[in-house]
Ligand binder design. Sequence first.
Ligand SMILES: [Zn+2]
Length: 255
Amino acid sequence: MNLERVIAALAPTDVVQRASVEISDLAYDTRAVGPGALFFCVPGERHDGHAFAREALERLREGNRRFASGQGNVARLSTRTRRAELVTRQEPFAIILGCSDSRVPAEHVFDQGLGDLFVIRVAGNIVAPSQIGSVEFAAERFGTRLVVVLGHSRCGAVVATLEELRRPCESQSRNLRSIVDRIRPSVEGLAKELRTDVDVCVSEAVRANVRASANQLRHGSELLEQLIEHDGLVIVGAEYSLETGVVDVFDPPRL
Ligand SMILES: [Zn+2]
C-alpha cells in the first residue's frame, strides 16, 4: 500500500459504516473498523477515476498546445511499430465526440496518434442513441474516463439550424432534418439575434449546442450516470477555434 496515499485517523464513536472524508482537496473512502477505532482512509475508486480524467485532459491540452503552435506531428505518433502494438488491443485515454467538419480532425487537433483517442464524429456533434452507445462502449470496454464534446467555431450544422429557425425550409431532407432537430432546442432562443450580430449569435449557439450534447451524455444513459457517480467518468464540453487552432474547455469552467 502506498504510504503517501494512506491516512490514519481516529474514528468518531458513531462511525461504523463506510463513509467519506475530504482531506486537502482529495476525497477518500474510509473503511471504519469500529467505534473509536483507528482506521485507514484509502483513495476511493471514483477519485482514482477522476485523477485519470484530469491526466487525460492535461494530455489533450498539451497536445493541443503543440498543434496550435505548429509543433504537432501525428505521423511521429503513428509509426509501424505502434501500429503493430495495437493489433490486438487498444487503450484510448479519451473519448471525443466531435463534428464531422473536415477542418477539425480530433487526432490532429490534440496531436495524438494511433490508439490514443476513441473518436465519434457526426455533423454538429449531436447526441443520438448511436453516439451514446459508442461512448458507453468505449467507457465500459476500455475504461476510458474522459469524454470531450468538441464543437467548433463557425459550425455549419449550427448555422444551418439557425437559418432554418429563421426561414423554415420544406425541401430539407428527412435525414438532414434529424440533425437540425437535435440542435434546435438549445439554440432556439438565439435565432432572433441572427439579424443583428451573426458572429456573436453563431458563437453563442455553438457553445449552447456543446453544453446540450454534454448534458445529454451526462443524463441520457443509466450506464454513463453510474460511471460518473461511482467510477470517476468525466464529461466536458469544449470549443475548437478554426481561427487560432486552440481548444477551450469551457463546460464545466474548471475540472
Ligand atoms: Zn461543425
